[in-house]
Design a protein around this ligand. Structure first.
Ligand code: NAD
Length: 468
C-alpha cells in the first residue's frame, strides 16, 4: 500500500495510527513469523531488483546522475545479494543456539532463540536512496517483522519508485511505504514502533531518538562523520591513489564512508597528487562533466555548501563547478588553512583535502582530536603501524590498504561508534538488530536439588560456593 505525501493534519492524509493498528493486527496473526513467508518476501526483493532494474537506474540517474554500473554495484546489486544472503542464512539464524547449562540448572537445557520485534520503521537517506531503505527492510523481514519504509524526500524519483514497486512485489499487509518530508516523519514517529532504523545526519538523529524515547523504542542510528585516510610513505602509492579516487568520487563523494580527507607527510603528498590526477583522468576523462561514470550533487543547497568548501585550500586538482548542472569536478585541495570550514564538517561531496601529518603518531593524534568516524583507512605495508592504527583509532569500520570494501562482506556488521552512529546491521548483525534474542532454560523435573531452597543451611552454603 502506498500512502500519499500529505501531512496528517490534512483530512486526506493517511491515518498513521490506523496503519500502525493494521500492521499490529497482521503481526499478531503470526504471518510474518512464518519462514516460508520471509523467504518469499526476500525472493521478491531479488526479483524486484532484476525485473525493474532499468526503472530503478532511471530514477537514480534522475536524482543523483548515477551511472548504470554504479547503480548496480552500490544499489540494485547490493540490495539483491544482501536479500539473497539473508534468505540463504535464514534457517541457520533462526535455529536455537544451545549454550551450556551449569550444575545448578541441571537437569536442564539452555538456549537462545530469536523472536521478531514487531513493527520496524526504516527512515532512509538520499545518497543511496534504494540501498539505505531496502537493505534495512530485508534484514527486518528476515527477522520476521512488519516494516514501514520512509524513503528520503531529497531523492524524489527513487522515493516515488519505491512507493510504487514495494506494494507490487511485497506483501502489502505487512510492508508499507510512507513517502514524505518532515511533517510526515514527525507524525509517523508518534507511533510506538518496536524498532527504528534511521540513516542520516546527527542533528535529525537526535530528533528521532527523542521521539523514540517516548515509547522506549530502541533505535539503530546510521550516521556520518569525517572518515580519515592515512597514507604512509611505504604504501603502494599507485594502488593507493586508484583506490582513494574510486572511493572518494563514487556518487560524487556523497557516500557516508567515503574517505573524507587524507593525512600524509610532505613527500608522500608530493608523490600522491600526480597519481590522484592520473587516476581521475583515467576514470573520468579530461572533462569529468562529460563522463557517464560521474554523478551530480543532489540539490542546490548541497551544491552551494560543497562548492563553498573549495575555498578552504589550494586547488591542486579540479575545482570547476557548474551550478546549473549541479556539477562539481573531482577536486583535491592542499595547503589547508588551520581550522578551515572543510575540516569542521563532513564534506559529503567530491572535494578531497590533503592534511599534513609528518608521521603515524601525528595522524592518529589528529584523528583522535575529532569525533569517532564511521570509517577509518590506512595505507601501509608495515604491520606494526597497521596494528597501532587499528588499536588506537576508534571507528565504525576500517580498511587496511583500501577504502569502503568492508561493505562487500555481508557478514561484517555495518554501523558507527559514538557520534557516527549506534547499533549495526548487515548479515547476521542485521538479523539480530531486528530480533529479540530470547534466553530460555528448560528444566527437567527430577532430581530437584534442594540446595537453592530455604532453609539456608551451612551445608548448602558450602556446596553452593563449590559449584558456583
Ligand atoms: P536526509 O536529509 O535524507 O534525511 C534522512 C531522513 O531523515 C529522511 O528520510 C528525512 O525525511 C528525515 N528527516 C529529515 N528531517 C527530519 C526531522 N526534522 N524529523 C524527522 N525526520 C526527518 O539525509 P541527510 O541527513 O542529509 O544525510 C546525510 C548524512 O547521512 C551524512 O552525514 C551521511 O554521512 C549520513 N549517512 C550515513 C549512512 C550510514 O549508513 N551510516 C548512509 C548514508 C548517509
Amino acid at each position: 500500500m502506498t500512502e500519499t505525501t500529505e501531512s496528517q493534519d490534512d483530512p486526506a492524509s493517511p491515518d498513521y495510527a490506523q496503519i500502525f493498528a493494521d500492521l499490529t493486527a497482521t503481526f499478531e496473526s503470526g504471518k510474518t513469523r512464518d519462514l516460508a513467508w520471509r523467504r518469499k518476501q526476500l525472493q521478491a526483493v531479488e526479483s524486484m531488483m532484476s525485473e525493474r532494474e532499468q526503472e530503478i537506474f532511471d530514477a537514480l540517474h534522475s536524482d543523483l546522475g548515477k551511472s548504470a554500473m554504479e547503480s548496480f554495484t552500490t544499489e540494485t546489486g547490493y540490495v539483491s545479494s544482501d536479500a539473497a544472503y539473508n534468505r540463504k542464512k535464514l534457517n541457520r539464524w533462526t535455529r536455537k543456539q544451545r549454550v551450556r547449562t551449569p550444575i545448578i540448572g541441571q537437569p536442564g537445557k539452555s538456549w537462545v532463540q530469536a523472536e521478531p520485534l514487531g513493527i520496524v520503521l526504516v527512515i532512509g537517506a538520499w545518497n543511496y536512496p534504494l540501498q539505505l531503505t531496502l537493505a534495512g527492510m530485508s534484514a527486518a523481514i528476515a527477522a520476521g517483522n512488519c516494516v514501514v519504509l520512509k524513503p528520503s524526500e531529497l531523492a524524489p524519483a527513487t522515493s516515488a519508485l519505491i512507493a510504487r514497486l514495494v506494494p507490487e512485489y511485497l506483501d502489502p499487509d505487512c510492508i508499507k511505504v510512507i513517502e514524505g518530508d518532515v511533517p510526515e516523519t514527525t507524525a509517523l514517529l508518534k507511533q510506538p514502533f518496536d524498532h527504528i532504523l534511521y540513516t542520516g545526519g546527527g542533528k535529525v538523529a537526535r530528533i528521532i531518538m527523542a521521539a523514540a524515547a517516548k515509547h522506549l523504542t530502541p533505535v539503530t542510528l546510521e550516521l556520518g562523520g569525517k572518515s580519515p585516510c592515512v597514507v604512509l610513505p611505504d604504501a603502494n602509492l599507485e594502488a593507493t591513489a586508484r583506490r582513494i579516487v574510486w572511493g572518494k568520487y563514487t556518487n560524487a563523494g556523497q557516500t557516508c564512508i567515503a574517505p573524507d580527507y587524507v593525512l600524509a607527510d610532505a613527500d608522500t603528498e608530493a608523490l600522491l597528487v600526480p597519481l590522484l590526477e592520473k587516476n581521475i583522468r583515467e576514470m573520468f576523462g579530461d572533462n569529468p562533466q562529460q563522463s557517464d561514470s560521474y554523478g551530480r550533487i543532489v540539490n542546490d543547497r548541497h551544491f552551494a555548501r560543497v562548492s563553498g568548501l573549495i575555498e578552504s585550500g589550494h586547488v591542486a586538482i579540479g575545482g570547476q563547478t557548474d551550478a546549473a548542472d549541479k556539477y562539481i569536478a573531482p577536486t583535491v585541495l592542499t595547503d589547508i588553512e588551520n581550522d578551515s570550514a572543510i575540516m569542521r564538517e563532513e564534506i559529503f561531496g567530491p572535494v578531497l583535502p590533503i592534511i599534513r601529518a609528518e608521521n603515524l603518531e601525528e595522524a592518529i593524534a589528529a584523528i583522535r582530536g575529532s569525533d569517532k568516524p564511521l570509517a577509518a583507512y590506512i595505507f601501509t605495508n608495515n604491520s606494526r603501524d597497521e596494528r597501532k592504527f587499528l588499536e588506537q583509532v576508534s571507528s565504525g569500520s576500517a580498511c587496511v590498504n583500501d577504502v569502503m570494501m568492508f561493505m562487500a562482506v555481508h557478514e561484517l556488521p555495518f554501523g558507527g561508534v559514538g557520534p557516527s552512529g549506534m547499533g549495526a546491521y548487515s548479515g547476521r548483525a542485521g538479523f539480530e538488530t531486528f530480533s529479540h534474542m530470547k534466553s530460555v532454560i528448560k528444566r527437567g523435573w527430577w532430581p530437584d536439588l534442594a540446595v537453592r531452597y530455604a532453609p539456608f543451611t551451612e551445608k548448602k552454603f558450602k556446596f553452593l560456593r563449590k559449584v558456583r
